[in-house]
Design a protein around this ligand. Structure first.
Ligand SMILES: Cc1ncc(COP(=O)(O)O)c(C=O)c1O
Length: 427
């Protein structure tokens, strides 16, 4: 009976759900709790993907479920243009409290890509300049604006050209993106690339914003050096350019700080948030100073569902748990513990190039000549053993681990043991 239901739902999905999105598994999911999920067949799995770093507290955290239920009883949707409501107001205040520097005012959207589009519009509107500098290897989402600034795979861009004009890509200081010789000092090299753009392509007075993920996500789980981010801040200040940090994936404790920007002490002009902001409900945010938001002409941007009451209530509950359970600190020490364990057990394999982590944003990068063969095989073996993992990077060369910040250590050990044995058997 259960098997019949699985086949029935899978059959309907194959007919009615667009095949455009990459299909990672054909599992039919019934329920999920914490780091575990169960299929319609009743099989149990461990989830090291966490809704692509969205379920920071794992699945169905009781505080979030309660907040969502209570909010849904009172108000599901209204439209922020037509009135204020408690959850959105309190969430904007909370974001202002935890965001770095003077970033105290929020525009809410429904997703990361949408928030990136809004941030590009905001930067152009408030500076009156057209240019946007983004980075090769970066991923910012699937809307047309976000696709235009994305540089992590040509397949995301192909078929949609011409994309947004006046977007220029510079080199992210991640050696794994370069073919051939790697410069000794990636930071200076990448900063000089921006100066070259100014000389050869667009004068700095025409640049509205520099947009960067402080730790590269989809492109390879690689942190930008602190001096590089500080260098970007200097360049931006010198030329009146806005610095935008895409913290869609790095936000809310994932990197062992509430926001990855805190590692460098660099305060961006615009902070873009989504994913773990609301622990799995659709929500994005563009956070900037009051002064900057006030320069964005009224009516120049908007959203029907952005900041909807239920997503905001979920976000407030999620942030409250992150704060009261000290999950940011936990992410820092547990991330180190995981990386140390993985290094102790896996570094001996020559096919592994690097094991690295910033808090609980952890990557295992394989050598480029073997990655496209080995990484899919590891993912398959893990899935056979009921562990869901994901890779990233231009050639999928890095396995990325996105464990919930509050994962129980025994669950973590169980999942890591499956992963390590799958890797070991394929080396
Ligand atoms: C850094 C970053 N920015 C933007 C996005 C796009 O977010 P969404 O899928 O919510 O549109 C993602 C999604 O993976 C991301 O990792």
């Amino acid at each position: 009976m259960k098997h019949a239901e699985t086949e029935y739902l899978r059959g309907l999905a194959k007919k009615h759900i667009s095949p455009v999105s990459t299909r990672v598994t054909d599992l039919v999911i019934r329920r999920a709790k914490g780091v575990r999920f169960w299929t319609a067949d009743g099989s149990e799995y461990i989830d090291f993907v966490s809704g692509v770093a969205s379920n920071g507290l794992g699945h169905a955290h009781e505080s979030m479920v309660k907040a969502i239920q209570e909010q849904a009883e009172d108000l599901i949707h209204f439209g922020l243009n037509y009135g204020y409501y408690e959850s959105v107001v309190k969430l904007s205040e909370k974001i202002a409290q935890i965001a770095p520097g003077n970033l105290e005012t929020v525009f809410f959207s429904n997703s990361g890509g949408e928030a990136i589009d809004g941030a590009i519009k905001m930067a152009r509107a408030v500076t009156g300049r057209p240019g946007i500098i983004a980075f090769d290897g970066s991923f910012h989402g699937r809307t047309l604006g976000a696709t235009s600034v994305t540089g992590s795979s040509s397949k995301y861009r192909t078929s949609y050209e011409p994309l947004l004009g006046e977007v220029y890509h510079a080199t992210y200081p991640y050696p794994g993106l370069l073919k051939g010789d790697v410069p000794k000092d990636m930071t200076s090299y990448s900063l000089s690339q921006i100066e070259s753009l100014f000389e050869l392509r667009i004068s700095p007075e025409r640049v509205a914003a520099i947009l960067i993920e402080p730790v590269m996500g989809e492109g390879g789980y690689y942190p930008a050096p602190i001096e590089f981010l500080q260098g970007l801040r200097e360049i931006a200040d010198k030329h009146g350019i806005l610095l935008i940090f895409d913290e869609v994936q790095t936000g809310f404790g994932r990197t062992g700080k509430m926001f990855a920007s805190e590692h460098s002490g660099v305060v961006p002009d615009i902070l873009v948030l989504a994913k773990a902001l609301s622990g799995g409900m659709p929500l994005g945010a563009i956070v900037a100073s009051r002064a900057l938001h006030e320069k964005w002409p009224t009516g120049a941007h908007g959203s029907t569902f952005g900041g909807n009451p239920v997503s905001c209530a979920a976000a407030l509950a999620s942030i409250d748990v992150i704060e009261t359970e000290n999950l940011v600190k936990r992410s820092e020490w547990l991330g180190k513990k995981i990386v140390n364990r993985l290094k102790a057990n896996l570094q001996k394999y020559r096919d592994i190039k690097e094991i690295r982590g910033v808090g609980m944003m952890i990557g295992i990068e394989f050598q480029p000549d073997v990655a496209s063969r080995i990484v899919p095989a590891i993912k398959e073996k893990c899935l056979e053993r009921h562990l869901l993992i994901m890779s990233c990077g231009v050639n999928g060369q890095t396995i990325r681990l996105m464990l919930p910040l509050n994962i129980i250590e025994e669950d973590m050990e169980e999942g890591l043991t499956i992963l390590e044995s799958a890797i070991g058997e394929l080396m």
